[in-house]
Design a protein around this ligand. Sequence first.
Ligand code: NAD
Length: 445
Amino acid sequence: MSGPTDPRISVIGTGYLGTTHAVCMAELGFEVVGVDVDAERVRRLAAGEVPFFEPGLEALLRKHLEAGRLSFTGSPAAAVDQADVHFVCVGTPQRPDSGAADVRHVDAAVSGLVTAGLGPGDLVVGKSTVPAGTASRLAARLAAAAPGAELAWNPEFLREGIAVDDTLHPDRIVLGVAPGGTAEARLRAVYARMTDAGTPVIVTDYATAELVKVAANAFLATKISFVNAMAEVCDATGADVAELAAALGHDPRIGPRFLRAGIGFGGGCLPKDIRAFQARARELGVGPALGFLAEVDAVNMRARDRAVALAHEVLGGQPANRAVGVLGAAFKPNSDDIRDSPALDVAVALRRAGCHVSVYDPAAAANAQDRHPDLHVAGSVMGAVTGAELLLVLTEWPEFRELDPALIRPHVTRPVVLDGRGALDARRWQEAGWAYHALGRPARG
Ligand code: NAD
């Protein structure tokens, strides 16, 4: 529980990251105020409603609203009045021209705090994913405009779908700080429960802290694209990428995770982060060092096209007016996030090719319908599957992985499945009478 000398916390930007962070800081016992420019979002959060799907988050939000430990406002002045540690969690979207990160919301968030009277005793903590160099630029700005206020960079590694657990039990805590300040001690006080439980803390300079985040995402993206590149080679040789990946994963230097071939990565982070990283490297004159990330991106986008091509092939090259059931719209399971979703891209491409596509997703259906009003969105698995000549599983929701192929078989016109995530037990589907197709795997049945 917090005491009178504990940090009082504000969180600027209450999207996927900021809402989770604010709620989890309250769960740690701190007084927290969340600030967002989106008035509707503030209203919903203050009413106890999480405006997106994240397991476990809404119950904790309500618990801390009721305890009076957590509040939401549109006013940065409330943050400066009520708090002294200010976490900046605003979006850093991709700029359409260069692929670079657009940091204007980060600048606006800091400006809002400065205008509201930020000063001695205040610590601004960046959590947004930003290009290396942003923190030192902001620190110089604070030194001029809000003398006495400090800046730290504390990148965030949470994964949507398990964001609460990731925030309360992180793998590591990275603190980018300026020498000689109070930031490290104050952030250690914020994260004491995690560090007492053994979470490692890496204290470093601003640029290293900023780079840890984008380097981690670059590595993860590379691992996924590596196995998807292997899937392309498997398709050319008749090999089986699932068996190849299983064999590779036994090597502890490689490991089995993030090594499942499929339609690739998406969402609001990995794709934009690897593009922004390349753009920043070019600005810094080290573009060639990250040249491989262009290939990682290309392999990833090709996986979506390859899935569409495989669907066409399975439909005998005649997609027009064919009934196709799609399971999955979110970019990953346990999320309603459809930002840069491979599943939705594939579904939309099939519809554009003339298929009658019916999509079901347990959480992202409404977002998919908003984004693509002309897409048919079903209310259940059976709704999407019934009458289909081809079924595609494009998001790895547990309820799709656990589907009983024998139970759905009578509802389809032709029992043909395309497993876009390597999520299904191919033999089980085959034994239930289905033809099974996946990228990088020989067709079965
Ligand atoms: P988001 O788009 O869901 O949320 C951003 C929020 O910031 C929105 O609610 C927006 O209204 C608000 N905002 C914008 N300008 C503001 C301002 N000046 N003052 C107050 N609020 C403002 O984005 P997100 O997914 O939460 O990502 C936020 C940052 O965290 C990004 O840099 C992202 O790369 C990084 N990140 C995200 C995740 C994730 O899983 N989503 C994980 C790690 C890091």
